[in-house]
Write a protein that binds this ligand. Sequence first.
Ligand code: HEC
Length: 292
Amino acid sequence: MKNNMPWWIRIPVIFFLIFGLMEFAIESGDQPAFIAYPITLFFLLFVLFLLIAIELILRSIENVMYHTLSKEAQQRYLANSSKPYQWGWAKRLLAKMTGNKPVEEEAEIILDHNYDGIKELDNNLPPWWVYMFYASIIFGIVYMARYHIFNGDNQDVEYEKEVAAAQIDIAEYKKNAKGLVDASTVEVLTEASDLKAGEAIYQSNCVACHMADGGGGIGPNLTDDHWIIGGGIKNIFSTISEGGRAGKGMIAWKQSLKPLEIAQVASYVYALHGQTPANPKDPEGEIWTEEP
Ligand code: HEC
């Protein structure tokens, strides 16, 4: 009987081969497939069980066949199967790659000088080293041709291209992500849906102090030209987000409102300007003229 690889090498090797093929075949982005799609774990488990099952079936077939053998053949079979695995191919490969001369044949390659009993062998360069050397020469030629003759992208150019592509992605993302605003990037929102949302937020959070029409009460009049902390959408956003001066009663709404919501209510407040409230509070602060 052929001296097979032992099962404890065969099963893992086949298992990881299938595992590798699966990872290669399944497109799963940055994550390995077995994390991105946990269902594949079941597949792997199934493969493992299958391999073990095949192994067991082969065992039992072998066992059955053994009992059909004659006594003499059984002896031969046992003698053969009790031999440990020889690693024949690995040993042959190692011998080939190191190219060592056996000690008995060293006389053939000894050089004829002799320094105080120290002699030198004229060994060949080890084949593994020579092959790597050839491989690096081929690599060098391909590399030189690609990057220095045909001007392929070097790291600098690759980096710049990737950064440029990423910047386009970021711009695209920011365009679609309205929620990504802060006081420095906020713009007046003019879409009816945003103003409606802003009005709803204003009605449920702000009327107690600023009145439904913005005329002011505990808080200042939001419709006049006077601003305590500063007018313009960016200042309004920042006041709502960070709160007013300490102790005045205007809290930092960033605790309870999302950036987009603050932008919406800020745009609503911004639009209140110039309206005539029923009961306007006296102007407070400076006249704000600079447009945002
Ligand atoms: C508890 C009362 C209270 C509530 C509720 C309140 N504010 Fe105020 N708000 C104030 C006070 C008081 C000030 C003045 C702060 C100061 O003097 O520093 C103020 C100031 C402001 C200012 C700046 C005005 C200026 O002249 O610079 C804006 C804008 C503002 N509030 C918007 C809002 C919005 C929007 C809401 C709802 C999300 C809100 N406030 C809820 C009391 C309140």
